[in-house]
Design a protein. Sequence first.
Length: 256
Amino acid sequence: MEAIHSGLWILSYVAGLALAVRLWHAGLFRLYKFFFAYLLVQAAVTTITLPLGTNSGLYGWIYVVTEPLFWALFVTVVMELYGLVFRQHPGIASLGRWAVTGGLFLALIVSALTLPLGTGGAEHTQSVLFYYNVIQRAVHTALLVFLLMISAFLAWHPVPLSRNLVLYCVGFALYFLSISLGMLALGLFGAQFTKSMNTVLLGISSGCLLLWLFTLRREEETRSLVLGPSADSATGENLLRAMNSLNSTLLRLWHK
């Protein structure tokens, strides 16, 4: 298991660097700037921690310092994704940003009220890592719920998206789903499964990076996909009209 974990860590590191280079070379870093920033920060942190190993005391301190930065980056990435999905409907995009903020606060409250599900043993409840896990579970669960809401909305509405954006959304939905399920499993089955669960999550993270590496391309920005009903159909026209009306209403509210 230790060898598999180390191999996946290296794979994730190399895939993340390669993806950052691809985004830069294709000029996509300007469009997905917070995603690009996340990849650069992840690469920088891994460059420092990879030679140390996870059992190093210095690794623990680096984790404590940098993990809140990654939470903030994840929030900005999802905000960026939402803004790109609804770039033609800025009123709806503004509502989504408020929804993310409110959802995060609500998720933190729910996580605090359900602390027993995250203990993995009473002896760990006073550790910094325990509270970090509680916050991490809240952040990832809130962002997962928000991504699922976006996906459900797109499945019912005729919103044209680039193929890159669809893959971007799918990858993060898979990532946040795996993190949320992993944190829940650790809470239910105990901390003795931490190493195994971290290896599984690292494998899923590496898979998402490879998915983006081999599919995100400059030319795919011009290929539009509509996941919901066609805008040319009667249903699509009605839904699009309702979206435009909601967007106009929200814009008027924001500017009052």
